[in-house]
Write a protein that binds this ligand. Sequence first.
Ligand code: DX5
Ligand code: ZN
Length: 241
Amino acid sequence: MTKHPIKIAPSILSADFGRLAEEVAAVTEAGADWIHLDIMDGHFVPNLTIGPMVVKAVRQATRLPLDVHLMIESPERCLRAFAEAGADILTVHVEACVHLHRVAHQIRELGEGLGRRISAAVSLNPATSLSTLDVILPDVDLVLVMSVNPGFGGQSFIESTLEKIRELRHWITELGLPTQIEVDGGVTVKNAPAIVQAGADILVAGNTVFTSPDYRKTIAELRGASPAGKKGGKGRSMPPP
Ligand code: DX5
Ligand code: ZN
């Protein structure tokens, strides 16, 4: 099986919103793989951020896939708007979604209706058990494991997440699924190797990237956490995205 390097998804939550298009272009140029957009509704999380209009503006500023993380109650109300705005990955929280199976299928169907692929993803808060994925895992393309309590950038990584990632990776491997694991919150150049070692395929990094003086260097250092990215490293086998 082909070995795939770790993907880096800068979260624009820590970007300079006054120069958003410029910031998105800068991380695109600096080697980012995806652009991560945090959508917050002031209910599911105690913060408010952006909606489909800003996603649409970001769509104009980059050719990279848009990874849209919906931290909103009843996300099914807004899926179409975010799909039409240009989302390539739509992530809903298991804690915010009663009819998760329906929502996962709605996401993929919206993509088909628009003539492109939209990946369906689910996210788990730090206190939410992996067992909530028991039935839904085969129906999603990606699991976003929160390693901070969602709502704000720049928080510290919750260490117990590492064991959760390991368990999820083991479970996905056992079932022979192509599901990808993305980790979000408190990712730094220092802890990235342990997160990748635990089984992550994609690292979200807001504060680490956007507060650094050199986006290219920081993204490369985060990606260097990949066993495949290290000279002489062995690299985990991964399914294609
Ligand atoms: C937190 C968001 C994250 C956040 C990560 O609610 O989902 O995507 O931007 O930020 P850092 O990398 O700064 O912890
Ligand atoms: Zn996020």
